[in-house]
Write a protein that binds this ligand. Structure first.
Ligand code: CP
Length: 331
């Protein structure tokens, strides 16, 4: 039984297979390929795109999706082992996940990071859910990764530029009002590395991605012909990039956040940054995005912004992925 919770579950060949099928099916609708299939969607955190794109992928393909919102309309779920359950969580995942496994064919799960770097890197909650699940588990974003976002990002790049080999992507940290998780930047780097892109991660000192993620990306890049670099110079890193991918994330030590965000407010992405090189860079972001905090109105409202097609591509990569999941083909 196969799960898809991390890019490593697909590997380089799997990523390529999902993207190929997503492109093909986007051009030629495959019809009711999920007829009779049920997807459970377990949300520990809110969503707009992920919820609707997964539901739409199921419904448009003849299947059905059932949303379970852990914070309203369902029991709060405990996941810690060996504790006395006398708090506000009356049900444990050890029962809830096997129960759901008897109702649906696959279970998609969203469970965000808690802001503790080493625990988030270990990704204990989604790994625990997968270990208790009798059916395939698909990540809709966990502490470490948002792999479906990474796949949609690569599909968007393929549509925009064609072959991804050697494509120059700069992931630029951007300011925010609070320290955000690292799942999206992690998945962007890992997905782009798997596709042979030349990735530069630009951020102020103190905001390094986890060494294990960068090491994994380096290994993928070694196999795919890609490159991974880091920079503290936003302007140099963005000049001549094909795409500037804006995203905020928090420091390893959350208490360091407010000082860093204030000090580096000038990292907001604006037109002069995208136009610094010999040709303008496109802009990507996973959404939701705070206008004029992370990125300016001028960028989002320009033809350089790919954020809407990027969000639309969530549906297409997830339909392709779910085909593998329902047919037991995920590696
Ligand atoms: N990008 C993304 O996952 O959006 P949502 O949080 O709205 O699902």
């Amino acid at each position: 039984m196969k799960h898809f919770t991390h890019i490593s579950d697909l590997g380089i060949d799997g990523v390529s297979r999902i993207l190929d099928r997503a492109m093909e099916w986007k051009q030629h609708d495959p019809g009711a390929v999920f007829e009779g299939r049920l997807l459970g969607m377990l949300f520990f955190n809110p969503s707009l795109r992920t919820r609707v794109s997964f539901e739409a992928a199921m419904l448009r393909s003849g299947g059905h999706a059932i949303v379970i919102d852990v914070n309203s309309g369902s029991w709060k779920l405990e996941h810690a082992s060996g504790i006395r359950m006398d708090g506000d969580r009356p049900e444990h995942i050890r029962e809830a996940i096997p129960v759901l496994g008897g109702y649906v064919d696959a279970l998609a799960v969203r469970c965000f990071a808690q802001g503790e770097l080493e625990q988030d890197e270990a990704d204990a909650l989604i790994r625990s859910i997968a270990s208790h699940s009798p059916i395939p588990v698909v990540s809709m974003e966990s502490a470490r990764e948002h792999p479906c976002q990474g796949l949609a990002d690569m599909l968007t790049l393929r549509e925009q530029f064609g072959a991804l080999q050697g494509r120059r992507i700069t992931l630029s940290w951007a300011p925010h009002i609070k320290p955000l998780p690292r799942a999206v930047p992690n998945s962007l780097v890992l997905s782009a590395a798997a596709c042979g892109c030349h990735v530069t991660v630009a951020h102020p000192p103190g905001l390094e991605l986890h060494a294990a993620v960068l090491q994994q990306a380096q290994e993928l890049a070694r196999q795919s012909g890609g490159e991974i670099a880091t920079s503290h110079d936003q302007t140099a890193a963005c000049a001549d990039a094909d795409v500037v991918y804006g995203k905020s994330w928090g420091p390893a030590e959350p208490s360091a956040f407010s000082g860093l965000a204030t000090e580096h407010a000038d990292w907001m992405i604006d037109m002069p940054l995208l136009q610094a090189g010999s040709q303008a860079s496109h802009f990507m972001h996973c959404l939701p995005v705070r206008r004029n905090v992370v990125v300016s109105d001028a960028v989002l409202d320009s033809e350089l912004s790919l954020v809407v097609p990027q969000a639309h591509n969530r549906l297409h990569v997830q339909r392709s992925l779910l085909h593998d999941i329902f047919n037991g083909d995920a590696t």
